[in-house]
Design a protein around this ligand. Structure first.
Ligand code: 5GP
Length: 125
């Protein structure tokens, strides 16, 4: 994360979910990761995977997380997709970082989308 990057705000909505202050529809939990269904699903399967540690985005996580956290997180993404039944048919992962990507929640998360044909990549500007 650069010097100018956003500091982690422990009041963000996913931090509150991790602390149990806000409910979620849990899909998976491991030592370092939690997965839950998106509140506003964009596909039949739309699950968010988050690290339990306080990381703002992929930029922050990739720079600061321990090897154990990174391994656990990546394995969690695969596990969640397989458990959701989309590993055979296909799925898309997406991680928004910062304003150009329209990141709304400043706690690192990977979206897993699946259950329908998702089209190609992103729309052109
Ligand atoms: P972003 O734009 O930051 O990549 O995506 C944030 C995602 O979090 C959105 O898809 C939004 O629907 C989801 N979200 C926001 N608040 C909540 C919440 O309280 N619970 C759940 N399960 N998802 C949320």
């Amino acid at each position: 994360m650069s010097e100018r990057a956003m500091a982690y705000d422990p009041g963000n909505i996913f931090a509150r979910i991790l602390r149990g202050e806000i409910p979620c529809k849990k899909a998976f939990e491991s030592e370092h990761a939690l997965a839950f269904h998106d509140i506003n699903p964009q596909a039949p399967v739309h699950i968010l995977v988050i690290p339990k540690g306080a990381y703002v985005s992929l930029d922050d996580f990739s720079a600061k997380a321990s090897a154990a956290e990174i391994v656990d997180f990546v394995r969690a993404v695969g596990e969640v997709a397989r458990a959701a039944g989309v590993a055979q048919t296909g799925y898309r992962t997406l991680a928004n970082h910062g304003q150009d990507a329209h990141q709304d929640v400043a706690h690192f998360h990977v979206h897993i989308f699946g259950g329908r044909r998702l089209g190609r990549m992103i729309t052109k500007a």
